[in-house]
Design a protein around this ligand. Structure first.
Ligand SMILES: Cc1cc2nc3c(=O)[nH]c(=O)nc-3n(C[C@H](O)[C@H](O)[C@H](O)COP(=O)(O)OP(=O)(O)OC[C@H]3O[C@@H](n4cnc5c(N)ncnc54)[C@H](O)[C@@H]3O)c2cc1C
Length: 486
């Protein structure tokens, strides 16, 4: 019988939790004796996923939903017995707006992610000028760029659909997800699908039209119909609670509130793959494999004792700081300022607000019928000066922005500010190459694995997939003799 192996996972955000869950599940299925320890510096599990229940309000401090087309989060919910709690966005009020040239303009229907598949609604929306529309349609005739190499998001979309469509539609929707700067973001690392559409179809519009006829993730899973974004009835924190409860029942050693300060290879023999984890309180945890599911800048300091160049490469992954400001109003005070899910604000507008979500309109039970819950998003690369303000002036600034953009001048009855310092990893130009170099630098340290939002996708489904694949790699390497993996 194989001897028992011990895996330590550092970081109890969704990636670390999903890694531990998948390790336990996959080891049990394979009949492998594996024990697990999950360590987090914070006393609370979940990392960026934080749900607050405040009276009859459900406030998401961090993420509020996830993409249903990427199946990994929905699949994890099913394994956790949470499928019944998954909820769709409100189909009756599904409009989204862009604040552009002084007013809110509806994002046209038929816009698949950011590329129009029906031109009619786009023409009627007034979002783009006539020359802007003509330039966008030139995507159909502009030849595809065949040369390889990375390209910034801004350069790619300006080249294909023109400056106006890029600034007014692509930038706020796509760069906004990362709170990033499209001029610096890597297309290959963030939205490789668009490069692929250009290569295959010679045009984004033609590519999106062709893609409409392919089966979707929903068709394949045969589950109930899902809207593009879904969440959990009582908030995303439910998923964290369910994971922690399962892990605890499965005998995983949970160590919340314990900061890891570094790694060292035991007996100076890193090639044998046994790593010791040093904790801030002076104690250590030994393990046959270590998964670091921490933000890249934290991971950098943990691996520095092993390899300085890996640490520098990890440190070079930039992070954006943001804040969410949730405001609750009496419903009569808000009126019908925005009839939809909310709006995004293009960087070109030069405003402080990145986006605002009418949470109680978007989801069925974020607030009772008598209240309206609005969540504002500020910060991001090049727009974070505002975050230096204390809570009071920050909230006032956000209220001024809301008033001038939507006419909402009422005083909220509840306000909550959640600050996220260095929270959103930025996949800047050359990101994928940087990951290769990190992998090479950590080559001599078998049994060491990196996972999380900093590498192959920042969305919750991507983090879950990364954790699940990392778990599979750990078990594969146990079977074959340890090998590194990033
Ligand atoms: C405001 C905001 C809104 C977002 N909205 C969405 C959304 O709507 N949909 C979506 O899909 N995604 C969204 N995201 C992105 C998504 O939430 C994150 O990318 C994802 O949750 C990151 O998970 P993670 O486990 O990789 O990292 P984290 O959640 O950052 O977890 C890392 C963990 O490591 C721990 N740690 C750090 N250093 C140490 C140490 N030295 N020792 C021990 N532990 C340590 C931390 O305490 C933390 O718990 C949003 C993010 C933010 C900030």
């Amino acid at each position: 019988m194989a001897s028992s192996r011990h895996v330590a996972i550092v970081g109890g955000g969704i990636t670390g939790l999903a890694t531990a869950f998948a390790l336990h599940e996959q080891a049990a299925q394979a009949g492998l004796p594996v024990s697990l320890t999950l360590i987090d510096a914070d006393p609370a599990w979940g990392g960026k996923i934080v749900t607050h229940h405040v009276g009859d309000l459900i406030i998401e401090a961090g993420p509020d939903s996830f993409l249903s087309q990427k199946p990994w989060a929905i699949e994890l919910c099913a394994k956790l017995g949470l499928s019944e709690q998954l909820i769709n966005t409100n189909v009756l009020q599904k409009k989204t707006f862009v604040f552009s040239r002084g007013r809110l303009r509806e994002l046209p229907e038929g816009l698949v992610i950011v590329v129009p598949t029906r031109l009619g609604p786009f023409l009627r929306s007034g979002l783009l000028s006539w020359p802007g529309l003509v330039r966008m349609a030139m995507d159909l005739v502009i030849p595809a760029r065949r040369s390889g190499g990375d390209e910034s998001l801004a350069s790619f979309f300006r080249r294909r659909i023109g400056r106006e469509a890029f600034e007014r539609v692509v930038e706020p929707l796509m760069a906004g997800i990362y709170a990033g700067d499209a001029e610096q973001m890597s297309l290959s690392a963030t939205f490789p699908r668009f490069r692929e559409l250009e290569r295959r179809h010679g045009s984004l519009i033609r590519g999106m039209l062709a893609a409409r006829h392919l089966p979707t993730g929903r068709d394949r899973s045969a589950g109930p119909p899902r809207t593009m974004f879904v969440t959990l009835r009582e908030g995303l924190g439910t998923m964290v609670d369910a994971l922690v409860s399962r892990l605890s029942k499965s005998g995983v050693t949970l160590m919340p509130g314990r900061r890891v300060v570094g790694l060292r290879a035991r007996s100076g023999q890193p090639a044998k793959g046994t790593n010791a984890i040093r904790l801030e309180d002076g104690t250590a945890v030994s393990a046959d494999a270590v998964v670091l599911a921490t933000p890249a800048y934290a991971t950098a300091e943990l691996v520095r004792p092993l390899n300085d160049s890996a640490a520098e490469l990890l440190k070079a992954i930039p992070y954006a700081s943001t804040a969410t400001i949730s405001l609750a109003y009496e419903v009569g005070e808000v009126g019908s300022t925005v009839k939809g899910f909310g709006f995004v604000v293009p960087r070109a507008e030069g405003r402080d607000l990145l986006a605002a979500t009418w949470s109680s309109m978007k989801w069925p039970n974020r607030a009772p019928a008598t209240r309206t819950l609005i969540r504002c998003y500020v910060g991001g690369i090049g727009r974070d000066a505002l975050l230096k303000l204390d809570d009071g002036p920050l909230v006032r600034r956000v209220q001024e922005e809301l008033a001038s953009m939507t006419g909402l001048a009422a005083e909220p009855t509840y306000v909550e500010v959640n600050r996220w310092e260095r929270a959103m990893p930025q996949y800047t130009l050359g990101h994928l190459q940087r990951l290769d170099e990190i992998q090479k630098s950590l080559g001599p340290y078998p049994g060491l694995y990196l996972a999380g939002a900093a590498y192959h996708g920042i969305g919750i489904p991507d983090c879950i997939r990364d954790g699940t694949e990392t778990a599979a790699a750990v078990l594969r390497d146990f079977a074959a003799g340890n090998r590194p993996h990033v």
